[in-house]
Design a protein around this ligand. Structure first.
Ligand SMILES: [Mg+2]
Length: 189
């Protein structure tokens, strides 16, 4: 594997975006959150958010955070979702490359990168990209794997290899990820 295991290590991990303690993150000095869309915020096969998603994003904004969506998906889908949430966005972000993160930060109000946090469901795009750009990343369990595109399925294979490797070097975080992913949340969607 090309990168050290450390580059794939999230800052923290949670089951869903609803389980994250945003108040605590604010107290820790975080001010800007870059959120992945597909399988982090909404499933791949849904292009309009549910009310609870809209309410969550509103709550996070009310706490004082700036939110920017950052997605590798195409303009049409990303724009539609971002408009529904009234949130700034970056489409075709090419995560894990720096391009999209860099673009997102041009839209952000922040002093240092330590104020910026990312949330995503993929170790090889969201977490690796964040770490390569010196941003803390929260990993969430993918909402629904069933309809993932072929290249995401390839990423998942790589991800499993990485998590196994993580188990040797960073057992606490690896076990946390494995335990979260062992549960199913598909029925709740
Ligand atoms: Mg995703």
């Amino acid at each position: 594997m090309f990168f050290k295991t450390k580059k794939f290590l999230p800052y923290d991990c949670y089951r869903t975006i609803f389980d994250i303690d945003y108040r605590k993150l604010y107290q820790l000095g975080k001010r800007v959150i870059l959120i992945d869309i597909d399988n982090t915020l909404v499933p791949y096969d849904r292009d309009l958010p549910e009310r609870r998603h809209l309410e969550l994003i509103d709550e996070i904004k009310t706490l004082g955070f700036q939110i920017i969506f950052i997605s590798n998906n195409h303009k049409e889908r990303v724009e539609k979702i971002a408009l529904a949430f009234d949130v700034d966005y970056v489409y075709s972000a090419c995560k894990p490359l720096k391009k999209g993160f860099k673009k997102a930060l041009t839209k952000a109000n922040y002093q240092t990168k330590s104020e910026v946090l990312t949330i995503g469901d993929q170790v090889v795009t969201d977490v690796l990209g964040s770490n390569l750009y010196q941003l803390d990343a929260i990993l969430v369990k993918p909402i629904k794997k069933k309809n993932e595109k072929w290249y995401t399925k390839v990423n998942r294979i790589a991800e499993n290899i990485i998590i196994k490797r993580m188990l040797k070097q960073y057992p606490a975080m690896a076990l946390k990820i494995i335990n979260l992913r062992g549960e199913t949340i598909e029925n709740q969607m």
